[in-house]
Design a protein around this ligand. Structure first.
Ligand code: ACO
Length: 316
């Protein structure tokens, strides 16, 4: 049967880096508070000319180059984003145009910080149902344009960036996406939301402590679900590539899986929370620096606004 393999990886980070110390000059916070509560030391913030589309396109180009695949042979572009440049057309069709593609189909998905896992699951479904053979899955976010820069409880947490993977149909049943597991519960919609665009100016609101509480419980359950579905145990996992919201949540998951932190890809210290972009950004970094190798079993997990949460088990 057909498998969906991850064959290309790419990412883009805005040039401008903003340290905790720089934020502490503008709002009532400190490097110490941010580091101890979140593990974040700095974040990249988009400047003029850097958009959700431009970052996504750069990440996609890098993923195609990695795989040695031309843009014309891509059948679908799925972009996960909660911060599109425009209401429509979708970020994905702008990316399609930027890549010089005139065929295939492209659309956006919104599942907040879980967006990449949801988009990866969708790509796998298109491949398994034979609707597409090559799918670009991209997460791109500019939270710097929707956070309230006067609200210290949220603005210190987020960063901008984009990551992409190329997913290809393959007959090699030893590699590829083993399974994906998606969940949402709209009853918790008010814990983390953004107004607008038709109602208000988009601004992010979050009840951090409640989100944190849900994160540990729900991520634990969805990780167990992935392992059980495949008859695998935590010790079979070579790498955990979690959504990067908070180092304490990441450490909690590593502990739950009994994985040492040197088998967990951590970028939150340098990227902060880039929402749907965080997993493909982390994947790209760890594949390119040689930590994640061909044949490795990799576990992805994320939780975000919705609430939405999910996991994916992938053999590279
Ligand atoms: N600098 C200094 N002090 C601050 C700051 C800051 N940046 N932010 C808050 N504080 C203060 C608060 O006002 C509070 O003070 P008080 O006790 O006098 O009221 C105190 O620090 C403690 O605040 P808490 O909110 O209880 O801090 P907590 O330890 O819960 O950490 C945090 C907050 C980091 C937001 C944490 O709750 C968290 O990471 N939650 C999860 C967020 C998350 O994972 N989101 C993921 C999804 S994101 C998405 O989908 C878009």
């Amino acid at each position: 049967s057909l498998r969906a393999r991850l064959t290309g990886f790419g990412s883009y980070l805005p040039k401008r880096v903003v340290t905790n110390a720089e934020l502490a000059e503008r709002i009532d916070t400190s490097d110490e508070w941010i580091r101890t509560r979140t593990g974040i030391a700095q974040r990249h913030i988009a400047g003029e000319g850097e958009t959700a589309v431009s970052m996504a396109s750069a990440a996609a180009q890098a993923a195609l180059a990695y795989a040695g695949v031309s843009a014309e042979s891509v059948d679908a572009v799925i972009v996960a984003t909660a911060t599109p440049d425009q209401g429509f057309p979708a970020t994905a069709v702008r990316v399609q145009a930027a890549l010089g593609m005139n065929r295939g189909f492209a659309f956006d998905m919104t599942a907040a910080c879980s967006g990449f896992v949801f988009a990866l699951s969708t790509a796998e479904a298109f491949i398994r149902s034979n609707q597409a053979k090559k799918v670009l899955v991209i997460g791109t976010e500019i939270y710097s344009r929707i956070v309230n820069w006067e609200d210290r409880t949220t603005c210190v947490l987020f960063g901008d960036g984009a990551g992409a993977v190329l997913v290809e149909a393959s007959d090699d049943t030893d590699a590829g996406i083993l399974s994906t597991h998606l969940h949402s519960d709209g009853a918790h919609g008010d814990l983390l939301y953004v107004d607008g665009p038709t109602t208000e100016k988009p601004v992010l609101h979050m009840q951090g402590r409640d989100v944190f509480r849900h994160a540990v419980a729900k991520l634990s359950a969805v990780v167990d679900e992935a392992l059980t579905a495949n008859g695998l145990a935590a010790e079979d996992i070579a790498w955990l590539v979690p959504h990067q919201a908070n180092l304490r949540i990441i450490e909690g998951m590593a502990k739950k899986l009994d994985l040492p932190l040197d088998r967990v890809v951590v970028t939150v210290d340098r990227h902060a929370n880039t929402s749907a972009a965080s997993i493909p950004l982390a994947l790209d970094e760890a594949v390119r620096d040689g930590r994640i190798k061909k044949g490795d079993l990799v576990l992805l997990e994320a939780l975000g606004g919705g609430l939405t949460w999910g996991s994916a088990l992938v053999r590279l």
